[in-house]
Design a protein around this ligand. Sequence first.
Ligand SMILES: [Zn+2]
Length: 292
Amino acid sequence: MHHMKPFAFLLTLCLMTAAVAREPMKALIVDGQNNHKVWPETTKRMKSYLEETGLFTVDVATAAPKGTDPDFKPNFSDYAVVVSNFGHGAAAWPEETQKAFEEYVAGGGGFVVVHAADNSFPEWPAYNEMIGLGGWGGRNEKSGPYVYTNDKGDVIRDTSPGRGGSHGKQWEFPVVIRDKDHPITAGMPLEWKHAQDELYDRLRGPAVNMQILATAESQSTMRHEPMIFTIAYEKGRVFHTPMGHAEYSVECVGFIATFQRGTEWAATGKVTQKLPDDFPTADKASSRKFQE
Ligand SMILES: [Zn+2]
């Protein structure tokens, strides 16, 4: 029965492939310089949120606290996805590290931008393209348009002059889904209440190949500001959320699930995670107190 052999071989190959698919992916969180002094706490939470999916093992690469750290050279290509918890005022990465990161994302790497990571590196053109929109650090009309949606959900690109980046006082704000078919937002209530956070407004940037998945209406601008969005950077996938100011903001189940799904999507282009039962609703925010 000569034909049994190739069949057995094929079966073995299938089983091996299935086993490989269950192997967790490698994620890297980069941090070390952030105007949000709480960053070690938010990194700890984000690491735990990714690990609890069972999809990721997580390493953290922390730059020296001040100035350009010549030893900050993570091996990006070892990872399926890189999450930035850098913030406002972060010193430039060494040139070699910037180049390696550009090549990593352009070549199909995943990148996740959380809150003040969109304040970082205003002078780095490729970084601004990856994040789509940014704020502060001297960003203005030269950085690109303001991007938001109007009441009808049309995307507005507003080139009028002015500073990039602002926020009102922290509050529990409604997040409105603008694309219910995207893997990251699929199944979410069309409106859900986010825990206390800063609602970033007036972000601006190149916004090339950017898709808005969810917005929140700023009480300062009265615009629907992007809250969950994606950017295609060459072959790479970028997931960006301006949410996540403090530990109580990232403990929101809406943030946790969005972050877990967005990170999986940035890594693979798919989302296999179910929405948790304690996901917030339009009327009720929902948080999980972090346990070490
Ligand atoms: Zn903040």
